[in-house]
Design a protein around this ligand. Structure first.
Ligand code: CDP
Length: 242
């Protein structure tokens, strides 16, 4: 079954969250930020004073906590951590813990269940089109130049441009080189470079691509239904004639 999923993957600062939220509103699908789930796990690891380099301990945390992401924010074990997960501490360890296969397995299962419960969605992350929903109706790889990405992050959260650029490039390196679901464009994805483009412009391009994909599916369905009806008529005629 093709779920009504738009997968938006890409590196930090490419504009994924802003674009994904706006696309979701535009096409009438719910929005899921999977990065917030990994950040929730990183928050719990720090909360429990677990060493982020200890895969076994981190996996135990990921498997035992409850992370809920909804339009109001993110909660971990019932506590609202929407603001905490954006802090520098969580940001500095999230890619380390997100590279562990048991952590990813738990998150993937949660993400698939979320989409089934919601009947589809606009899902933003690093491995959505490649691994979590390879059959998504539309797959986007959203990127931008390193300079633009760092400048955007500084505008969002403040800080020194050089420091932020270094932190982003370190996360890019870990996210792209890990063995389990590395960050890369999915097969059949459309790559969009958002450098120097407005949000509206990018959102418009994605919404148009979604309409085209949905129309293509509807046309294929109509063609199949017409084929089935014709075969049924032929069989019925055979029976009547015979
Ligand atoms: O907001 P930003 O783009 O900086 O990052 P995020 O989307 O909140 O994701 C934080 C981190 O979680 C990423 O750097 C990845 O290490 C990890 N992540 C992942 O591994 N797989 C995903 N589907 C989403 C995020």
């Amino acid at each position: 079954m093709t779920l009504r999923v738009i997968a938006i993957d890409g590196p930090a600062g490419a504009g994924k969250s802003t674009v994904a939220r706006a696309v979701a509103l535009r096409v009438g699908l719910p929005y899921l930020d999977t990065g917030a789930m990994y950040r929730g796990v990183a928050f719990a690891v720090l909360r429990d004073s677990v060493d982020p380099r200890n895969e076994v301990e981190v996996a135990r945390v990921a498997e035992s906590i409850s992370v809920v992401v909804d339009p109001n924010g993110v909660s971990v074990d019932g506590r609202d951590v929407t603001t905490n997960i954006r802090g520098a501490e969580v940001t500095s360890v999230v890619s380390v813990i997100a590279a562990y296969p048991p952590v990813r397995a738990r998150m993937r299962a949660e993400q698939r269940a979320w989409i089934v419960n919601h009947g589809g969605g606009v899902v933003e992350g690093r491995d959505i089109g490649t691994v979590v929903f390879p059959d998504a109706l539309l797959k986007i790889f959203l990127t931008a130049s390193p300079h633009v990405r760092a400048a955007r992050r500084v505008a969002e959260v403040g800080g020194d441009l050089e420091d932020i650029a270094r932190s982003i490039s370190e996360r890019d390196r870990i996210d792209s080189s890990r063995d389990d679901s590395p960050l890369r464009p999915a097969e059949g994805s459309i790559t969009i470079d958002s450098s120097g483009r407005t949000i509206d412009d990018v959102v418009g391009e994605i919404a148009a691509a979604f309409d085209a994909a949905a129309t293509g599916i509807a046309a294929a369905f109509d063609a199949a239904a017409t084929g089935i009806a014709a075969a049924f008529d032929a069989a019925a005629t055979d029976t009547i004639d015979g």
